[in-house]
Design a protein around this ligand. Structure first.
Ligand code: NAD
Ligand code: TYD
Length: 344
């Protein structure tokens, strides 16, 4: 019998990549449960519509009755929680949906896990819960939680709930904390797809502050494979950092994408900084390397070219996003940012 996975947030960026990769193994049946917020897009999974190992339910993770109804029908074995509000800038504008979905939604899923016969609960968290690093050092699983944005605070809160339910109710839970992902199907409000799409259309690219903030990048497929490894061999109650040792300054990424696309650096506009903008993230992933034998496979230079090509080749997906009503919010933010250009 195949293991049945209940994947929440599977219509988003990482969740949809995960579902595709998990189905390719032929080892799993998948129930995708997603509210389809502005970031959820069933087009991401169009190729799987007729796959017999896959089923979709529209629903909200904060709604316990709806979760329970799906459980009674599907009797899944494992919960993997990707569902979340995920964009830091949006959380700075309005933190309510972040606390609601990321904290109360995780609580409802944990309550479901108390009642259901779940063999594994994987909480997809983020390295952002650790806060910001100085020029040296890396986040380990023991680093203190020091979130600086409403987004990261909501994710850290969820992590604490997962820990508490593991301790109190013996929910077989694991927390993963991955660094910044890039790859196909990412909503173009995040740095890399934003830069690619703006560069293709010859539009200005807003770079926050001095552009020297550092993120530690991982190709989304490598993250998904790490989750599969944890699903198969992870240990209950443990936290696993996931990263690909790939620190880059934002400005270098922007320049590289412009170069690959043959665009001029004059598109770059330095704009007012994000409040409490974390300076540097860097993940120490030796635990998952050594204990579970997972290693990233994709070099940044290859992953970024694959990503750029994907956005170039999937104009229908891109046009659909750019003309959808929900993209209006981003456009307003973008124009505000470009109204705050700094003197360089
Ligand atoms: P995303 O914004 O692309 O997708 C989020 C998905 O969750 C969407 O499909 C959305 O419709 C769904 N969703 C939102 N609220 C919901 C609710 N109340 N009920 C059900 N579904 C809901 O996000 P992503 O980048 O794919 O991130 C997925 C997870 O990975 C998140 O938990 C995020 O914190 C974590 N993460 C992301 C990154 C990254 O770089 N993108 C890095 C580390 C961890
Ligand atoms: P983002 O993709 O929002 O991810 P996160 O803030 O969760 O790491 O941003 C990545 C980095 O790029 C971050 O340092 C903020 C910066 N950034 C810009 O400079 N300009 C932009 O338009 C965006 C969206 C991000």
């Amino acid at each position: 019998m195949k293991l049945k996975l209940f994947v929440t947030g599977g219509a988003g960026f990482i969740g949809s990549n995960f579902i595709r990769i998990a189905l390719e193994t032929q080892d799993y049946n998948i129930v995708n449960y997603d509210k389809l917020t502005y970031a959820g897009n069933l087009e991401n999974l169009k190729d799987l519509e007729n796959n017999e190992s896959y089923i979709f339910y529209k629903g909200d993770i904060t709604d316990f009755d709806s979760l329970n109804e799906v459980y009674q029908k599907e009797k899944f074995d494992v919960i993997i929680n990707f569902a979340a509000e995920t964009h830091v800038d949006r959380s700075i504008n309005n933190s309510y949906p972040f606390i609601h979905t990321n904290v109360l939604g995780t609580q409802a899923l944990l309550e479901l896990a108390r009642e259901a016969k779940i063999t594994r609960f994987i909480q997809i968290s983020t390295d952002e819960v650790y806060g910001s690093l100085p020029e040296t050092g890396k986040f380990t699983e023991e680093s203190p939680l020091k979130p600086n944005s409403p987004y990261s605070a909501s994710k850290a809160s969820a992590d604490l709930l997962v820990r508490a339910y593991y301790k109190t109710y013996k929910i077989p839970a694991i927390i993963t904390r991955c660094s910044n992902n890039y790859g196909p199907y990412q909503f173009p409000e995040k740095l890399i797809p934003l830069v690619i799409l703006n560069a293709i259309r010859n539009k200005d690219i807003p770079v926050y502050g001095d552009g020297k903030n550092i993120r530690d990048w991982i190709y989304v497929e490598d993250h998904c494979k790490a989750i599969l490894k944890i699903l198969e061999n992870g240990v209950d109650g443990e936290i696993y950092n996931i990263g690909a040792n790939c620190e880059k300054q934002n400005i270098d990424i922007v320049r590289l994408i412009l170069k690959i696309l043959g665009r001029d650096n004059s598109l770059i506009k330095f704009v007012k900084d994000r409040p409490a903008h974390d300076r540097r993230y860097a993940i120490d992933s030796r635990k998952i390397n050594e204990q579970l034998g997972w290693y990233p496979e994709t070099l940044f230079e290859d992953g970024i070219k694959r990503t750029i090509n994907w956005y170039r080749e999937n104009q229908n997906w891109v046009n659909n996003i750019l003309t959808r009503e929900y993209f209006e919010y981003y456009k307003k933010q973008y124009e505000t940012r470009l109204g705050e250009i700094l003197n360089e």
